[in-house]
Design a protein. Structure first.
Lengths: 253, 263
């Protein structure tokens, strides 16, 4: 019942929007080469469905590898920054600068560096894009140490690494997963857009550009739908992980 | 015999945003092994700071602190003491048992021995049935018992306690006091105990160290000699005599400070 209440409004509004879209396009208010009708997109989707899935798998692989690599890098950098103050003073402004840079601008540069047939450049684009949210959130979590815990560990005369491992990291874990949730959609966006700049033609981004340049707009929209679905899959997976590790639901180990 | 704790001419000042604070002044204190010593005094008199100096969690500006014949620093590195704070400070992501095991795990004690020690300690504090639970599933008093079990994990010769029962209700508090005495009876640990409750100090201690308001000085050391330490002791004339002595020492200093040291 409550689930229905939550789901009903967006579903109703969504269907209404689709209907309105269909009516406006069919009535000829918008030219079909500007915006194809939903039924046209659905028809196109039917013919390319398997290819959408394959392209989504290719792009998803890029996004996943980049996400894992970039997240690990962000987490490790945050741990090091929390451990060594000097490193913090170096890394924090650097990562802020990296974040201010439009990551997509790196795609053509990376392509030139690694060769456009290599899968490395686009994975690297994703990794760089997700680094910052993971770094910032993990660093924030690592600083959240309870003063009593700090004093306890000090009384036990343990090393800084033990403090990190036994107290700082477990305290930071929910923050890490919040960072991962923020980074998950970003990873898919970066993976799709990185494909616009050439390289292997096997992902959603390259499919969208080639369909659009062939004026096959319903087909282009089919791949956009695939990208939306892929982004949602990533987001929901990260959301589940975050729920799993949130303080209220964590199990003792 | 080497005193359990020896403090000579300790002075503690630290600077804050509002200028320098003179926290402790001219502290001399010697604690015999096996003694139960309470530090009592008005809020902000530096009794917690003094406890932290013994535990080497704070460094005095001048003076000497020796713990078990070593410097406070060496004693801390040698895991010479266990400590319990006003907040239990349990690690929420670990089970009750693994919280008790923490000091042992950090110091490289094997898994089986850890589990045996933890089981024994949890029995000691009456929480054997709660070993697998998470701290948040326990009441405040039970969490504090877990913290005490943790402080005893390595059978330290010295136990430092910073108002460990301060956040508990009166009933729980009295039960915990009795349990603490029973535990000490069995382990023979020297205890330094910070409190602001006169009754608690007198009931638990062999000596009550009465401190003045800032800068904290030792006003008087009241020896308490109760014939027993069971519930009847709270009705004993010696108990009331101890309370009176501590109260007078506290009041004497407070009024002197009001009249003489007015800033």
């Amino acid at each position: 019942m409550t689930r229905l209440k939550v789901l009903a409004p967006p579903v109703v509004v969504g269907i209404a929007a689709l209907l309105l879209w269909q009516i406006v396009v069919v009535a000829g208010r918008i030219a079909t080469f500007v915006l194809p009708s939903p039924t046209a997109i659905a028809a196109a989707f039917g013919t390319v469905a398997t290819d959408v899935v394959q392209a989504a798998i290719a792009t998803g692989t890029t996004a996943l590898i980049g996400l894992v690599a970039g997240s690990l890098a962000g987490i490790v950098a945050a741990i090091l920054a929390a451990r060594f103050r000097l490193l913090d003073e170096v890394l924090s402004p650097l990562s802020a600068a990296a974040n201010a840079m439009p990551i997509i601008a790196l795609a053509p540069v990376f392509n030139a560096m690694f060769g456009s047939t290599s899968p490395v450049p686009r994975r690297l684009v994703v990794a760089v894009a997700v680094f910052f949210p993971l770094f910032v959130n993990t660093a924030r979590g690592l600083r959240r140490i309870d003063p009593v815990h700090a004093e306890l560990m000090s009384s036990l005369a343990v090393s800084g690494w033990a403090l990190t491992r036994y107290v700082r990291l477990p305290t930071a874990l929910p923050f890490v997963f919040t960072g991962l949730r923020l980074a998950s959609s970003l990873a898919v966006i970066a993976a799709v857009v990185a494909e616009y700049f050439g390289g292997r033609q096997d992902g959603l981004g390259s499919r969208i550009t080639s369909a659009a340049s062939a004026t096959a707009y319903p087909r282009a929209w089919s791949y956009v739908l695939g990208a939306v679905a892929l982004g949602l899959v990533f987001y929901l997976a990260a959301l589940m992980l975050e729920r799993l590790f949130s303080p209220t639901t964590r199990r003792s180990r | 015999m080497t005193p359990a704790v020896r403090i000579e001419n300790l002075d503690m000042r630290f600077s804050t945003d509002r200028g320098e604070v003179h926290a402790l002044s001219g502290i001399d204190l010697s604690i015999e092994p096996g003694a139960f010593v309470s530090l009592i005094g008005p809020s902000g008199c530096g009794k917690s700071t003094l406890l932290r100096c013994i535990g080497n969690l704070a460094t005095p500006t001048s003076g000497r602190v020796q713990v078990g014949g070593r410097t406070a620093h060496e004693a801390r590195l040698a895991h010479h003491y266990g400590i319990a704070f006003q907040q239990a400070g349990l690690l929420e992501w670990r089970s009750v048992q693994r919280n008790v095991e923490l000091p042992l795990e950090l110091h490289g004690v094997g898994k089986r021995e850890r589990a045996e020690r933890a089981a024994h300690l949890l029995e000691l504090v009456g929480l054997a049935d709660f070993a697998r639970m998470r701290p948040s599933e326990l009441s405040g008093g039970m969490q504090q018992r877990v913290a005490i079990a943790r402080s005893l994990a390595e059978e330290p010769p010295l136990l430092l306690m910073d108002e460990p029962f301060g956040a508990l209700d009166e009933m729980t508090r009295e039960r915990m006091q009795a349990e603490l005495l029973a535990i000490r009876e069995r382990t023979g640990t020297t205890v330094v105990f910070v409190t602001h409750s006169i009754a608690e100090a007198v009931f638990l201690s062999t000596q009550v160290v009465v401190m003045s308001a800032r800068p904290g000085r030792i006003v008087r050391i009241v020896d308490v000699d109760l014939p027993s330490r069971d519930e009847d002791a709270r009705e004993h004339p010696q108990f009331f005599a101890g309370i009176t002595a501590v109260r007078e020492a506290l009041r004497g200093r407070t009024s002197a400070a009001l009249h003489g040291d007015d800033r």
